[in-house]
Design a protein around this ligand. Structure first.
Ligand code: HEC
Length: 111
């Protein structure tokens, strides 16, 4: 009886570990931040925002380097065309790490 219980627990732990590993592998935290905060503009290209997945929108921006792009997303940025990227996408509760993850996600989809 005890042995069976123990065996069951071990099996449950392995199952749980597999499930947890599966969840964290499937979900990119940058993607979640992006969907909740950036997609509204960077999906359709609202207000002149560079669209995700459109290499032509990103090619010139990517030459600035990822650090600059992250800095502009954190602090805000007004481009030469008069369009404006609001600081932290307008959500001050996002951390620098959240923003960096979202930028990395967006450019990984747009190269
Ligand atoms: C209200 C609309 C809006 C939201 C929300 C928004 N952006 Fe932007 N973003 C823009 C616009 C417009 C530009 C283009 C500015 C320009 O260069 O003219 C831009 C540009 C950028 C750039 C390029 C900056 C550069 O130097 O070329 C990055 C990176 C970026 N956004 C990241 C993000 C991230 C990450 C989020 C979510 C946390 C986000 N944006 C949310 C409107 C938005």
């Amino acid at each position: 009886m005890i042995r069976r219980l123990l065996a069951g627990n071990v099996a449950n732990c392995i199952l749980l570990a597999l499930l947890l590993a599966g969840c964290s592998a499937a979900e990119d935290p940058g993607q979640t931040v992006w969907q909740n905060n950036c997609k509204v503009c960077h999906g359709p290209g609202l207000a002149g925002a560079p669209r995700i997945g459109h290499q032509a929108d990103w090619a010139a921006r990517l030459t600035k380097g990822t650090d600059i792009l992250i800095d502009h997303a954190i602090n805000g940025y007004a481009g030469p065309g008069g369009h404006e990227m609001p600081a932290r996408g307008g959500n001050p509760s996002l951390t620098d790490a959240d923003i960096a993850a979202a930028v990395n996600y967006m450019i990984s989809q747009s190269r």
